[in-house]
Design a binder for this molecule. Structure first.
Ligand code: NAD
Length: 414
């Protein structure tokens, strides 16, 4: 089966349902998103013309609590992709046991093609179009590919202006000045780091000799490079949309970040030699961390990956076909719904802090995040060993099981 991200997500759900003997009635409910909203986002451009962008917000499931999920600005956004990402959010929140359902949103746009003013006007109009679906007790967006803390601040302000008072808990991943949480910025990466270290230890591989390759140098990939380096790992290859760079003796995270700040890409960094994005996955290393987009590891490159471990910082980076190849080759894949759950976990902390108007220190945030990531890793690993299934299947089974239990306990309305 090669297909859309949605087909991939359904395939994973069906596979888990079969193995866990899921009640067919519950299975049927979980195969559909609860609500999907498509909106037109007319935006005044700087030259006075009006462009209409297409936006989406999807709630997959809310049995365990309000829905939660990022907003993506990317030219490749489709309703199918948003639905898949929303379903993965449902399982992810359940895997790390935080009281949320799954959602996702997006606009079909290249945000880099907009001026700051155009970006703000488009964001505010989109926020007001999805207003009926969002709210601190209903659905709480966060940043994803192409969006950031400033975009979240505009959404928070738009929502607040509509209700007439400040509602910081309507979005997470906000700047600290408007109710953001300490530690949220690097939280996804920090979670990736915790599970990478747990995996290395589980496989009895020394952390401080591990050679790592990271694809994507954005909000997740860049701090992953720094945090794994801080653990003693050696980051030997990094890629982004602009190109890739390789150094078998290790790349300097600080040098890479400075080069990226200056040029907007890791390509051309002088601390390594240029390679192609395809070659990145063929590099001799121990750990590959995909931190860009879906479907990047597929049947065309899965047999060329040299690493023993793949830690999925991105959502849906591995196709089901690639999964099978990797499994046959004995490569240990830590699935997205576990590996990148650090972001939504600290988003949950941010929301809790906003609701209580009482803020934690960064050390408190990181310590609580670490506990959740390490415990969740062990839970998934034990289930995988128990059932003799892959980590992905185990994580999906765990997520689906918790959602199914909540759904069944509440009962089907009416
Ligand atoms: P971002 O927009 O900040 O960065 C994306 C990076 O990927 C950029 O460096 C870009 O150049 C690179 N990239 C895009 N297409 C590429 C390609 N074809 N080849 C090589 N590099 C490419 O996005 P982000 O927030 O870092 O998100 C990255 C992934 O992590 C996404 O799958 C996202 O859903 C997932 N994720 C993000 C968060 C979060 O908190 N931001 C949380 C959980 C999961």
């Amino acid at each position: 089966m090669t297909g859309s991200a949605w087909e991939q997500a359904l395939f994973q759900l069906d596979q888990a349902a079969r193995i866990m003997n899921l009640d067919p009635n519950v299975h049927e409910v979980l195969r559909y998103p609860k609500r999907t909203l498509e909106v037109a986002v007319p935006t005044r451009m700087d030259d006075g013309s009006v462009r209409v962008f297409t936006g989406y917000r999807v709630h997959h499931n809310t049995s365990r609590g309000p829905s939660k999920g990022g907003i993506r600005y990317h030219p490749g956004v489709t309703l199918e992709e948003v639905k898949a990402l929303a379903m993965w959010m449902t399982w992810k929140c359940a895997v790390v046991s935080i009281p949320y359902g799954g959602a996702k949103g997006g606009i079909v746009v290249d945000p880099k093609s907009l001026s700051p003013g155009e970006l703000e006007r488009m964001t505010r109009r989109y926020a007001s179009e999805i207003l009926p679906l969002i709210g601190p007790e209903r659905d709480i967006p966060a940043p994803d590919v192409g969006t950031n803390d400033q975009v979240m601040a505009w959404i928070m302000d738009t929502y607040s202006m509509n209700v007439g008072y400040s509602v910081p808990g309507v979005v997470t991943g906000k700047p600290l000045s408007v109710g953001g949480s300490a530690g949220r910025g690097a939280s996804t990466a920090r979670g990736v780091m915790y599970v990478t270290v747990s995996t290395l230890k589980h496989l009895a591989m020394p952390v401080d000799e591990a050679r790592v390759v990271v694809q994507g140098f954005g909000k997740v990939g860049a701090p992953v490079v720094q945090l794994l380096h801080d653990q003693g790992c050696m980051v030997v290859g990094v890629a982004d949309l602009g190109g890739a760079v390789y150094n078998p003796r290790g790349l300097s995270p600080v040098g890479l970040a400075a080069h990226h700040d200056e040029t907007g890409t890791v390509a051309g960094f002088e601390g390594g030699e240029p390679i192609t994005n395809e070659e990145l996955f063929e590099v001799e290393c121990d750990v590959v961390v995909p931190a860009a987009l879906e479907g990047i590891i597929n049947e065309k490159n899965a047999d060329r990956i040299q690493a023993r471990i793949i830690v999925e910082a991105a959502n849906g980076p591995t196709t089901p076909e690639a999964d099978e190849i990797l499994h046959d080759r004995g490569i240990h894949v830590v699935p997205d719904i576990l590996a990148n759950a650090g972001g939504v976990t600290v988003s949950y902390f941010e929301w809790v802090q906003d609701l209580q108007a009482y803020f934690w220190t960064e050390d408190e945030v990181n310590a609580r995040l670490r506990r959740i990531m390490e415990e969740s890793y062990v839970n998934v690993l034990e289930l995988a060993e128990d059932r003799k299934v892959t980590m992905r299947l185990a994580a999906t089974i765990l997520g689906v099981q918790r959602v199914a239990e909540a759904h069944t306990t509440r009962g089907l309305f009416p």
